[in-house]
Design a binder for this molecule. Structure first.
Ligand SMILES: *Cc1c(COP(=O)(O)O)cnc(C)c1O
Length: 377
């Protein structure tokens, strides 16, 4: 239930379509559905369940809190925390059957002292992203020998992350070469899961040698990692964002709109108000951008407020009309271009003030309003 007419709609059929087709196309045995950041703003549990039904075999998140939240709802599927965890939290992760990432040689040396419930560990190699991970063969071999025969540690995975799978082919090739060099002294076949591909590598590159798994993020949501590269799969944008007009008024030449009075009417005009603003993730950068009402585009005028925004309309628009801020016409991709950012940031910005409504077969199947917890219909 929600009591303000602003909501995001997530078409779970589209998420299932994207997962199914990407899995088929890539041919990986194991597919980690990346549902960090509340599934890129789409809703973690809802997306995770749908992705698992559609062929994903594992879940992956950025940090332990996200994994624990998911674990409360989804019991028997492996969840990987891809970012670092505190050594003091390893036992908690292990108790909850949450896999952790070994990212640093000092951290790993200390982990070797770990005694507690058996922890599933994935070794992370830094092959060129220069974020987290082991940077050379010596560190990897040391880590492998410290952890592989450890009675409280189950070394299940090895992975790396690409910086340019959606861009520079040379740098991508360089990372593959680095992986080969860093892993030359260890037996990759000893790891149950070897994973490198993110969405961009899944869509734009062949499977890497010796890998059997991949991590699927943005493309699962129907968004291209890079929309200037042509994708082999028809991705379907799963999220749309909607509101309804709460008030319409006429203003005269010389009247101004919003904080700072930045918009001035040069003739008699009609203005509509909608209950969505920057606290909802409808950022101030959306000023002057189009939204769609009854299939026609109208601009946001004046500054976006914290809770409300104003739109320049015509005579055809009525109070209560639905406003489509992001949909198949006003796409997330277009918003990202206009805001000079990436589609990832547009969807992750939609805040938990905005209730999520889930669709299957064109019907509402559930709603999530983080003000009240999860309400099944
Ligand atoms: C976020 C993330 C992914 C998913 O990336 P997409 O580009 O969204 O597919 C994969 N691996 C790691 C380590 C990540 O942090």
């Amino acid at each position: 239930m929600f009591y303000r007419d602003t909501w995001a709609q997530i078409d779970l059929d589209r998420i299932a379509h994207n997962v199914r087709h990407i899995k088929e196309h890539s041919g990986y045995e194991h597919l980690f559905a990346v549902v960090k950041a509340n599934a890129y703003g789409h809703g973690d549990v809802e997306v995770a369940s749908t992705a698992l039904e559609a062929g994903a075999t594992h879940l992956a998140v950025a940090f332990l809190d996200e994994a624990l939240r998911l674990r409360a709802a989804i019991k028997h599927v492996p969840i990987l925390v891809m970012g670092p965890v505190r050594l003091s939290d390893v036992a908690l992760a292990a108790e909850q059957n949450i896999d952790i990432t070994a990212h640093d040689i000092d951290w790993i040396t200390q982990l070797a002292q770990y005694r507690g419930p058996v922890a599933n560990v994935h070794l992370k190699i830094d092959s060129g992203m220069h974020r987290i991970g082991l940077t050379n063969a010596h560190a990897l071999e040391t880590a492998n020998s410290l952890l592989s025969d450890h009675k409280c540690i189950n070394l299940v995975g090895l992975f790396t992350h690409f910086a340019t799978a959606d861009g520079s082919k040379d740098y991508y090739a360089k990372q593959l070469k680095n992986v080969a060099e860093i892993t030359a002294g260890i037996d990759l076949a000893a790891f149950k899961y070897v994973h490198q591909s993110n969405s961009a590598a899944l869509l734009y590159h062949d499977a890497q040698p010796n890998t059997n798994s991949a991590r699927l993020g943005i493309a699962m949501y129907g968004l291209e990692p890079n929309d200037s590269v042509s994708s082999p799969i028809e991705l379907k944008q799963a999220l749309s964002l909607h509101s309804r007009i709460t008030q319409i008024k006429r203003i005269q030449a010389g009247d101004k709109v919003g904080y700072g009075a930045t918009y001035e009417a040069n003739e008699s005009l009609k203005v509509a108000v909608i209950p969505i603003g920057y606290a909802d993730g409808w950022l101030r950068y959306h000023q002057n951008r189009p939204v769609s009402i009854n299939g026609k585009k109208y601009p946001i005028i004046g500054r976006v407020c914290m809770d409300q925004s104003m739109i320049l309309i015509d005579e055809t628009v009525k109070t209560g009309d639905r406003v489509d801020l992001l949909d198949d016409q006003c796409t997330i991709e277009m918003a990202a271009k206009d805001l000079q950012t990436i589609n990832y940031e547009i969807v992750c910005s939609i805040s938990d003030r905005v209730p999520r409504r889930y669709m299957r077969g064109g019907k509402v199947v559930s709603e999530r309003n983080d003000r009240f917890g999860h309400v099944a219909i």
